[in-house]
Every structure is written in structure tokens, then in C-alpha cells.
Design a protein around this ligand. Sequence first.
Ligand code: AMP
Length: 287
Amino acid sequence: MKILRTRKELREFSREQKEAGKTIGLVPTMGALHEGHLALMRAACEKCDVVIASVFVNPVQFGPNEDYDKYPRRFAEDCRLLEGIPVDAVFHPTPEEMYPEGYCTYVQVDGSITNKLCGAQRPGHFRGVATVVTKLINLARADEAFFGQKDAQQVVVIRRFVEDLDINVHIRMVPIVREESGLARSSRNMYLSAEEKKAACVLSGSLREAKEAFEKGETDVDILKRLVSERIEAEPLASIDYVELFSFPALQPIRKVSETALLAIAVKIGKTRLIDNVILEGSQKAS
Ligand code: AMP
């Protein structure tokens, strides 16, 4: 596996692959890799000739009071996992390499898809995500880029700017990978104590209950949201950031689930903010 640390190295690697007629799959990550990330790598290997992973804790998508400094960084271990897939190259730049002195261009997706859910809670987050993903897609000359349903709003935002800016890449969404307990895999799960990890199962548990209610015929959005909130409120270590249900992928308010919808939650367990979601399949397909 090639380790690429500069934009020049990545550009040259991609150019060689393109000249050899290969299709390129890109999997952007912030590292501290787990089975969720590896599912994206495997999906990319299945669809593309060459797979490039990126490992970059992107400072631009963190707010001032968020966990940028303490975000886990374990590149050697990440490389070991990536080699096991195997992916062809990993791009691991420094912040200065990605945002050199004088850098001042950002991709801002306006409108109603970024002002809700994590966008409402984390101002500037999606601007940072859209900026880095644009740069990565361009540098890697990706034919396809792979993202997790775990960050479903992120997928919606990325598909939006890719379409709006005429970027020639196919965006794929990979289902959420969970631990046996149901807890969605996340690099931030490392922050949880054993007791908090147990409590964190309330996220997936409450979503599962709501999905079951939906499958038994409950389509009222307020009732489905209340089912989730009440279950989470009963967990003493949990506090709700949001419980929302929107149409998917448009992310518009609805009163009844008649077409495909996204039930998404953000919950603090102790000091750790976790997200999870479930897609309620209406008549339309989600991905
Ligand atoms: P991150 O390193 O947290 O920025 O995540 C990198 C990519 O992995 C994003 O597209 C995430 O949605 C995806 N991802 C993270 N956790 C999971 C999971 N449990 N299942 C599927 N995809 C995931």
C-alpha cells in the first residue's frame, strides 16, 4: 500500500492509474478506523479497480468547542487495517498541506438541508466537510466516492454539491455497521466508559423500536419521534441533542411517513455526542 502525504504525490498516483485505464474509488475518513470504515473500503474494492483511502482529521469541520485536539489519531494501526483489505493507497496529509498559507476558498451548501440536524448543532461543520471532500475528489480524480449511512445528512449534502458543481463522481452510501449490542460503530465510541457504552445502546434500541412500530403500521411522525425520545429520556446517562424525522433524501418536514424517511438522532452519553439513524422505507428506494 502506498502512503501518500502530499497533494502532489496523490495527484501523480491518480494520474498514473487513470493513464492505465483504471477506475478510482475514494474513501475519505478521519482515521481511528473500525469495521464501519472497513465496510466502505470493501464496497470500494468491489466497485473500483483502485481504492484510495484518506486519513485526515479535518480541522475545518470542527467547531471551536469540539474535540479536534482530542480526536483519536492512530495512523500506524490504520495502515495495518487498510493493508488487510487491501487498499492501494492511503492519503495522509497534514493540515498545512491541505490548507497552506493564504488558503481562503470554501464550499458552502446553502438551504434547508444544512440548517437542521447536525447542521443546526454544529455551525460550519458541513462547510468544512464539503470543502475537504471537494478537494479530495479532485486530487484523487475519483470515479466513485464512498460514505456511510451513519452520517446520512453528510451523504445528502455531498450529493447536493456534487450535482450543483457538476463534479463528475458517483457518490455511494454504505449501510451502518453496528456492534453486536446494536451500537453503531464510531471512532468516538473510544471515549465511552464501560458503563456509558452500555447506556449508549439506547440509541440503536430506541430506533429499532420506532422502526418496528413503523413496520406495524404507525406512520405518525410525532408519535414515532415520541417513542424514541421517551426511551432515551429513561436512560439516566443520556441527554438528547435532537430526535428528528424528515423525508429522505430531501430532508423536508413531514407529518406522516408515506415515502422514504430518515429518523435521525444525536444523543450525549456523558460528554460524548453520538449519532445514529434508521431509514424508514416508503415506496421510494433510499440509495
Ligand atoms: P469518519 O472517520 O467518522 O469521518 O467517517 C468516515 C466515513 O466512514 C464516513 O463516510 C462515515 O459515515 C463512515 N462511517 C463511520 N462509521 C460508520 C459505521 N458504523 N457504518 C458505516 N459507515 C460508517
